[in-house]
Design a protein around this ligand. Structure first.
Ligand code: NI
Length: 151
């Protein structure tokens, strides 16, 4: 387990579409564990692999301090419904915050570290975090979607 360095706004890697994961090996598990460690150390609720300089479609999420942990590999949105607005920030955009529109409910299909296909139905803050982190995999940042800039 290791803490990885978080890439900050201005780095092109944050604006590049990440590639599908094809190898479900031991290294993937190590990477995912490192992503959780890095996220918790930084007091974040989500982290996507491009944020630590790795252009692969992986994100980790935990909005309750580690009680419920999601690891999403090659995630795809199957269904999105409703709308919610909330203030967001991002570990790659220190000092920035603002209100963003997100779906209220999301159904997401993703693989886990072992390559097992799973389906997650999430609502509320989890839906915000899933949407925010999956955007990172396509080079999209929350600041692109801000309606009212905070700070
Ligand atoms: Ni972010």
């Amino acid at each position: 387990m290791a803490i990885r360095q978080i890439v900050k706004l201005g780095d092109d890697i944050l604006r590049t579409r990440a590639k599908e994961v094809t190898e479900f090996d031991e290294n993937l598990g190590i990477l995912i564990d490192d992503m959780f460690d890095t996220m918790f150390r930084a007091d974040g609720v989500g982290l996507a692999a491009p944020q630590i300089g790795i252009l692969r479609r992986i994100c980790v999420i935990s909005v309750d301090g580690g009680e419920t942990k999601f690891e999403l590999v090659n995630p795809v949105i199957l269904k999105a419904s409703g709308v919610q607005h909330g203030t967001e920030g991002c570990l790659s955009c220190p000092g920035r915050s603002g209100v963003v529109e997100r779906p209220k409910k999301l159904t997401v299909q993703a693989k886990d570290r072992f390559g097992v296909e799973r389906v997650y139905k999430v609502t509320g803050y989890n839906a915000v975090a899933f949407s925010h982190e999956m955007d990172h995999l396509d080079g999209i940042l929350f600041i692109d979607k801000i309606k009212n800039e905070g700070n």
